[in-house]
Every structure is written in C-alpha cells, then in structure tokens.
Design a protein around this ligand. Sequence first.
Ligand code: PXP
Length: 236
Amino acid sequence: MRFALNIDHIATVRNARGEFQPDPVAAALLAEQAGVDGIVVHLREDRRHINERDVRLLRELITTKLDLEMAAVEEIIRIACDVGPELATIVPEKRQELTTEGGINVIDNIDQIKYAIKELHSSEIEVSLFIEPEINQIDTSAEIDADFIEIHTGVFANALSEEEQFDELEKIRLAAKHAKKLGLGVNAGHGLNYQNIKVFRELTDIDEVSLGHAVIARAIFVGLKEAVQEMIRLIR
Ligand code: PXP
C-alpha cells in the first residue's frame, strides 16, 4: 500500500501569521526524503491553506507524484489543467466546513463531475473521485470514466463502537473489491491515524492511503521525518 501525505496543515500554520514559515514546499521535499510515495494538497476556493504558488512550486520540485484535491469548479479546473498534477481528486467543498466532511455524491452532481473529468483528461491528468463506500457511487464513477476512487474513511475513523467500526470497515473492503473489479484504482483516506491505520494493511484492494492531520500533528512533537517514518513502518 502506498502512502501519500497531505501537507495542507503546514500551510495552515504558515498562514496563521501571514508569513513564509513553515513552507509546505520544504515540508514536501523533506517528506519525500523520509519515504512518502506522493504529496497531496487541497487548493480550496477560499485559499485558506494551500495557495497557487505552493501548487506551482510543488509541481516543479517534487519527484514522487502530486495529487491535487479540488472542487469541480471552473476556476480550479483551469489551474489544474495548467499545473498538471499526476492526479486530481475531486472533493465536495463547503466554505463553512473545517475539513472535507464526506464523499461527493457523484450521482447528484454527475454533469459537473463529467465535465471536470473530460477537461482534466484532455490535459492528461488522471482523476479520482472522493466518495462514500457505496456500490452505486462506484458504478457511476466507473461509468463516467474516473480513473480512481478515493474511499472516504471518516465514518470508520469516527465510529463510536467497535461494532460500528467493524461494519464500516467491511463496507470499505467490499467497496474496494468492487471498484477493483471495474478496473478503478482505489485510494482511501480521511481521519486515519497511527492506531486505526493498522487494519488497512489487510485491505489488499486499496492501492494508496492519503493521510494528513495525524502525521502533521505528530510531526510537531517528533519532527516530520520521524512522523512520516513511523507511519511508513505501520503501513508496510
Ligand atoms: N482525503 C481527502 C479527500 C481529504 O479531503 C483529506 C483531508 O484534507 C484527507 C484524505 C486526509 O485526511 P486527514 O487529514 O484526516 O488525514
């Protein structure tokens, strides 16, 4: 299983003072040296953390792969096509939310998402759709030519009982298997941490996990290199 690191919250700390440090681009390069397989950033419409300068510099400097999380809106589609990440992950976006709160409903937003996929593909960017582990969402993703899905793991991560957590993990496992059968690549993420990541090693249909908050939070205490390598030891 590959491990892509989301570095949005390095930019959150930088932006808290409106200055230049800590630089998310420097963090990405350090994370690559520590062994991550990819860098993830979410260029939000309100630019609350990552900005265009970050995305463009990351594109120039990183040597693994760039996954740009984005809403399926014209302004960001244009930037993505211009920058050329290896992967664009379409997420729902609400201004009021603290973080992405769940998967996008591909069926309800089909025209908008189809358009985004077509535009991104025309710039040779692969597209992933961040969705709930539901069969009809996966089928629709495959029908409209997505390359990957990213399964939202937030419900699993926030489950209040072991039973609920087990049920949600089973849903994720079946969703990943179904997506694989349809030829989709399978990523997963949201709310994963040093404890709950361990069970994901058994989910062999998941190609990659995307993690941010837990690793950046740990990095404050032990440094980014150590925080990344501790996670790598748990994943592999
Ligand atoms: N995947 C997606 C689509 C996300 O929006 C986020 C959060 O930005 C993550 C993964 C990572 O979640 P976390 O920060 O909880 O690890």
